[in-house]
Design a protein around this ligand. Structure first.
Ligand code: FMN
Length: 357
């Protein structure tokens, strides 16, 4: 870390070095740079981390700039606590130029007045920040069936959102006692939606990720972005399983545990993505890929987004929830630490060349 040193602090420093040498053995910690080449010859210390990150890792989507490759994943609104957290996240997203997805806007769709404070965060974020509304595939299916897709466009307009996230969660809905029944394959629902609405659409899972066939099908659609929401972090199927001992048929939910634990982690999804892209010069219309679901640190996010070799950001839900729950100061500190870590990584670490120079 770049901090001013004085001659008088040198003896202390030397003494600390000797005292801490024993603890500073890293053999058991292991290297954390798997997938990244450490190249100490070509970078410099970032004196202005925010500027470095914006220049090197910023992404433009829909004419707006994400100043850091960080996205705040969708989290439900509709409770007083969630409202406070959403407003806090929106403020910090606006301040640091991060993207943000709202949690499922289903309550707002049906009752905008009652839920205005949970979802209307545009004035807090500012016009420059990127904000997406969110609905589940089951609500989209229902709106299509009722020929009411204009409600989606009105909602996006009312929220001043830049687009719509559709979350695919068939397993979560199946496990949820109050869950919706999905009557059509999501592929058909999405295709029809994209024909009917004019707003930019992004698709995500909610913590299982998805396999190569689904990913390829999404890449063939006119979507603005895909968010992995991969397996490895928060898992809503498992969470729903924990909420009930038996289902309405008297079956033990623990019997279905294996089903809650299927899916694909973010690393596997990056591999699928790259393979699909390399096959037959595959072209897609995406402006952005969001790597998310169990991302453990800025370095993992940096590595996975670099591996994609296209405009990409990483996202957290739980880690942002934890940071925001501790209040504004600690949330800001968390974001600043992420940005500072990314700035250093961007100077000295590059996606692995596999030993090529
Ligand atoms: C409290 C909470 C509420 C969530 N609500 C939604 C939601 O309404 N819509 C959605 O698409 N995803 C929702 N998610 C899923 C997240 O957006 C994210 O995909 C998932 O948690 C995996 O990311 P993580 O491992 O960083 O937590 C929610 C997650 C959390 C933790």
């Amino acid at each position: 870390m770049v901090t001013p040193t004085t001659e008088t602090s040198a003896p202390n420093r030397k003494a600390e070095h000797i005292a801490l040498t024993q603890k500073a053995q890293v053999k058991e910690l292991g290297p954390r740079s798997h997938g990244l080449d450490y190249e100490p010859l070509f970078g410099r210390h970032p004196l202005n981390p925010r500027q470095t990150v914006e220049q090197k890792l910023g992404v433009t989507i829909l004419g707006k700039r994400l100043k850091a490759p960080i996205w705040i994943s969708s989290m439900t609104g509709g409770t007083p606590e969630a409202q406070k957290i959403n407003q806090l996240l929106a403020r910090v997203a606006g301040e640091y130029g991060l993207g943000m997805g709202l949690g499922s806007c289903r309550p707002y769709l049906h009752n905008p007045k009652q839920y205005a404070a949970d979802f209307e965060v545009r004035s807090i974020m500012g016009d420059e920040a990127i904000l997406f509304a969110n609905l589940g595939i089951a609500q989209i299916e229902e709106l299509l069936q009722d020929r009411a897709t204009e409600k989606i466009e009105s909602m996006i307009h009312a929220l001043k959102a830049d687009g719509l996230i559709v979350h695919l969660n068939p397993l979560q809905e199946w496990f949820q006692p109050e869950g919706d029944v999905i009557k059509r394959p999501a592929l058909e629902t999405l295709q029809e939606l994209l024909e009917k609405v004019k707003v930019p659409v992004m698709v995500k899972e909610v913590g299982q990720g998805m396999g190569p066939r689904s990913l390829k099908a999404l890449l063939e659609m006119p979507l603005v972005a895909i968010d992995f929401a991969a397996f490895g972090g928060t898992n809503f199927s498992y969470l729903e399983l924990l909420r009930q001992g038996t289902n309405e048929l008297g079956q033990e939910m623990s019997h279905f545990e294996d089903l809650a634990c299927v899916g694909h982690d973010a690393q596997s999804m990056v591999k699928f993505f790259r393979k699909i892209q390399s096959e037959n010069g595959h072209r897609d219309q995406l402006s952005l890929v969001i790597v998310s679901g169990g991302i453990g640190s800025f370095l993992e996010g940096y590595r996975l987004t670099q591996e994609l070799k296209r405009p990409a950001v990483y996202a957290y839900a739980k880690r942002f929830l934890d940071a925001a729950s501790q209040g504004e100061t600690l949330l800001r500190r968390f974001v600043e630490q992420e940005i500072h870590g990314l700035a250093v990584a961007s100077e000295f670490l590059v996606a692995s060349s596999g030993g090529e120079c």
